[in-house]
Each structure stands twice: as C-alpha cells, then as structure tokens.
Write a protein that binds this ligand. Sequence first.
Ligand code: SF4
Ligand code: SF4
Length: 429
Amino acid sequence: MGAFLHTVKVAHFKKTATFATKIMPTPKTVLIPMLQHIGKACTPTVKVGDTVLKGQLIGDSSEFMSAPIHASTSGKVIAVRDVLMASGVYAPAVEISADGLDTPIETKPIEVNTLEELVSAVRNLGIVGLGGAGFPTSIKLNPKNIDAIDTLIVNATECEPFITADHREILEDPDDIVEGIELLKKLMGISRVIIGIEENKPDAIKLMRKKAEGRFEVESLKSTYPQGAEKVIIYHCTRRRVMEGQLPADVGVVVLNVATLGNIVRGLRTGMPLTHKRVTVSGDCVKEPANVYAPIGARIDELVEFCGGYVKTPTKLIAGGPMMGKSLSNGRHPIIKSNNAVLAISDYLSFSPDPSPCIRCGRCLRACPLSLMPTVFEHAYEEGNFDLLEKQKVSICMECGCCAYVCPAKRPLVQINKLAKSALRSRKK
Ligand code: SF4
Ligand code: SF4
C-alpha cells in the first residue's frame, strides 16, 4: 500500500462556488417519493384529499434501514402513486398541490443530551446522507461498536465536477458545522475530528481553520477524484484501510457529509424536519447556473427554470455529478434528499466515442482506488465466469468510474462492472 490510493484528475467546472445560494419558491405541486434513502421505501401515511402542513410526516417505515419523509410545503394531497425513480426502480410517491402559504407544523427546538436522544431525533427529522449516498444518518451515528469509534471525518471534499453545494454549505453556514462537530464529539465520545476539504477550495479551508481553534483538524486533500469516497477519504485522513466486507466503523471511524451535519444542527435548532436542500444546478445548457435551496419534490425542470431555463436542449440530464450521478430520461423527475446536483449538459461535454478494442495499456488498473482489475472483470463477465468475478472481488467495485474515465479505448468498464455485480447478486439469491 502506497502513501495514497489511486485517484484521477478530472476537470472541475465549479463556477457556481462563488455564487450565494438562491432560495427557490415552492412550485404549484411537489412530488415526494417514499424512497429517498438506501433501504426500504416508506409507506405513505396520508391519502388523497388530506390537507398537510410543511414538515408534516407523510411517509414512514418500521424497517431498520429507512428514514421518514415529510411534506415540503402545505397543501392538499392530490395523488398517491408509483413513480419511476432515477435509480430505475418504482416507488410510491405523494403529490401535493401547494396552497401557496407554506404553513409549517408547530415545532420547537429539540434538546438532546445523550446519543440515544440524538439518534432518535435525527431519525425523526428524516435526515439521510445528503452528499449523494442517502444512507440513513441515524444508523450511521449509532454503530454497534460505538466504544471503538475514535474519529469523526466530516466529508467536505466534493470531488465530482460541477458540484459546489457542500462548498457553499461551508461558506454560508460554517458555525452550524462547528456546532455539529462539538455535539457529536460530546455525545459519541469522539476524541479526533477531521474535516477533509479538497485543496481547490482554499477559501473554505481558510475559514474552517480559523473556526477550528484547536478543536478539530482541517485536512487539505488533493483535488482528485474520488477523494470523497469513504474508503479513500478515510485512508487519506487516517491511513486506516477499510477492507473488503468492513464498514468505516470497523476501523474506528464515522464519516459524515458536511451538509448532513449542518442539517442535523438546523433540524435540532428549529425542530423542523428535512424539507428542503441545497442543490447545484449547472451544465452548459443552463442559462444561469447556481446553487438553489429547493423544496424536496420540486421537479428538475422547475429548478432549471428558476435558474433562467435551458439555453439549449440537453443531451444529458443528470441527477448528481457526471461521474457517479444517474442519467434521467426527462426533467419531470423530482428532487430527492440524496440529490446534490442537477446537470444539464450538451454533446459538447457529454460526447463519448464508440469503444474500440482494449490495447492493454493498463491505465484502468492504475486508476482504480481499490486496486481492482477492470479488464479481468470485462473478460470474466463476457465468458460468464462467475467464479473469477467473485475471486477478483467485483462486488467491492464502488462504481466510481475512474477506470472508464482514463481508458483510451473508451471501454464501458463501469457499466460492465455494474452488470457483473448484479449478475453475481442474482446468482446468489
Ligand atoms: S469503477 Fe470499480 S473497478 Fe473501476 S476504478 Fe472504480 S472501483 Fe475500480
Ligand atoms: S484502460 Fe482501456 S485500453 Fe487500457 S487496459 Fe484498460 S480497458 Fe484496456
């Protein structure tokens, strides 16, 4: 193991980093899916015809891996129906016709004095990983081996091109981050906190170093992708390696996205569940790229409209970043908690030539942060050699796309890895 894991240089396109977040008004309707987290979809707790208030619970689940869903505005429920998610699965969704008043539920600050109280509050607030993962935060804060956790890493790397929502979180709400760090240190009994920020955000690094006052460390990390992947940031901040089958908690670490932390603090301060989030709206097809504080359930077309509209028809609409985001079939998809960006890009940025035969240059192997062998996966998948796929650990591929990004032959390596993982999973069922 070298001093650093393999990462790749990608273009940044982060011009929205310098613009203050704009607050988007509530659209006429919001469509709120019941699956906005890793785990099981929630069941709607409202029906057509019900009136709801902003922040009211509209979906919940008794499953362990879940987080409740709340209305992002006040109004009337006009539909409860299945919708196709960006991930390709169907999930129930609640559509609300906004009454234009945004009347909130009654709330008061939530006091938490123990980890148990914090975990319960975070679940009730509906908070999940906002950096794109959507992992229920209450579960992350409550690992089985809590006594062995000594380090909290606040992930503010934001390594994907275009996305600047976390950067704006630091610049606009730095005191919430500091408050969150202090709270977690106290309630989780954590001695070391590191906030990892890529070096392409010098203003954020400077600000957090000023705020730290010796209470936590600010690590300036190389601006390379995928610096923000959990295994990568953990290694680069602590030199601890999360092995196959392990979780960060197994090496004594909890990793929390910086916006997630900020939203925990704001949720506790106000008592208002998560109903809105900061989303980067960017790409060469958007007239005025910006960071938008948007109601969950607003449609992607509406966010773009709020940013001046489309200047040309996008070839690709993406929920998330260009490396790991999900391509969307149309702009009617709603924003969910785990969306940190919406990109509308033309052929100019998304053109990809047809793949040509592998020239055995080995670049894909050298680019993989996990030292996997994408070329072997491709051959094994084509030959249906599941034993080899398993032996070469295709299941731990994090689908970061570094291998495909550097491939001069433009082999569809990530797509093949995804198919191979899915085939292996079905075979084991
Ligand atoms: S997509 Fe998988 S195989 Fe390719 S670089 Fe990332 S982790 Fe490695
Ligand atoms: S980078 Fe592409 S061309 Fe080079 S070895 Fe890997 S798959 Fe083959």
